[in-house]
Design a protein around this ligand. Structure first.
Ligand code: MG
Length: 300
């Protein structure tokens, strides 16, 4: 007798993705897509940075332009109350919206009296602190912002204090900090460095920094991501790190072991777990994809 075996579509990810899951292509028409975030009504917003647009997709209503011009939004996130946050290359600012993205207010524009470079990606920690990265991609890439001089002495990871609004540089030893995510216990801050984007010898890794309240300890290399770059990342409820790359979603265990990959036919900019359904949404170059998952995303 030949035993009947069902091959899992994503070997190594059997515990994280159901066997029936397939990569679904949901929407097209972007140029370089980033920053997906899910809304309570089941819709997904994401950035088409060179198109200067925020797009939306809903399972019944389909695809639409949500915001144009969008002043080159990049990363998005939401907090526990459902407020939305955006990184704006064009405004060189972090923005917040309490009306589902109908209007946006700048909450961070400067650090020590100088303009930010071009905020890239963002998370809100359980204590309400807003953490964001500030590489210069919106300044040095004419199709991703309005240009301008870099005023900061480096590319830092910042913490915006929820009670005072003060912006403090917390990580200063990275070259191009980009995506970021927190472990479920909020004691490890993961940040990607994508300096290989403009330097063949540059970084394409995820660093892990111990976090205690607002104090960041010494970082270490968590995973080197290939092919391509680890742009946006997310962490699931068990602490696994799901990273964008040039060849799909690379998934790493909390100890840094690579578990497997969800192949995606386009270079990925960013990804996000839905908080209302068991899906991972993926913004990849021109398109929005999703894949069913059997884990929840870490809310942070
Ligand atoms: Mg990014």
């Amino acid at each position: 007798m030949t035993p009947v075996t069902t091959e899992h579509p994503f070997p190594g990810l059997e515990a994280l993705i159901p066997a029936h899951a397939r990569l679904e292509h949901l929407a097209a028409g972007g140029t370089w897509t980033e920053g997906p975030v899910c809304q309570d009504d089941g819709s997904v917003l994401w950035s088409d940075i060179p198109g200067n647009r925020v797009l939306s997709w809903h399972p019944e209503r389909g695809q639409a332009v949500f915001l144009h011009p969008a002043h080159f939004h990049n990363g998005h996130t939401r907090d526990a109350s459902g407020a939305l946050y955006a990184c704006s290359h064009g405004e060189r600012a972090v923005l917040k919206s309490t009306d589902q993205g109908q209007s946006w207010q700048a909450i961070a524009t400067h650090h020590e009296g100088r303009r930010l470079n071009s905020p890239n990606d963002i998370i809100v920690a359980p204590d309400g602190a807003v953490w964001f990265t500030d590489p210069p991609y919106g300044l040095i890439q004419p199709h991703e912002g309005y240009g301008g001089e870099q005023e900061q002495p480096g590319c830092f990871v910042y913490r915006l204090d929820p009670s005072t609004g003060e912006v403090t540089a917390k990580i200063t030893d990275m070259i191009r900090p980009n995506g970021l995510a927190l472990s479920p216990d909020a004691r490890t801050l993961y940040v990607t460095d994508t300096s290989r984007s403009h330097d063949p010898e540059g970084h394409h890794h995820i660093r892990a920094y111990p976090l205690a309240g607002d104090t960041v300890g010494a970082g270490r290399s968590f995973a080197v991501v290939d092919p391509g770059l680890p742009d946006g990342i997310r962490v699931d409820e068990y602490g696994n790190v799901w990273s964008s790359s040039g060849g799909g979603v690379q998934v790493y265990a909390p100890d840094g072991r690579r578990l497997g990959v969800v192949p995606v036919p386009e270079v990925i900019g960013n990804l996000t777990f839905s908080h209302t359904e068991a899906y991972l949404y993926i913004a990849a170059t021109t398109s929005l994809y999703r894949v069913a998952v059997s884990v929840k995303g870490n809310a942070f």
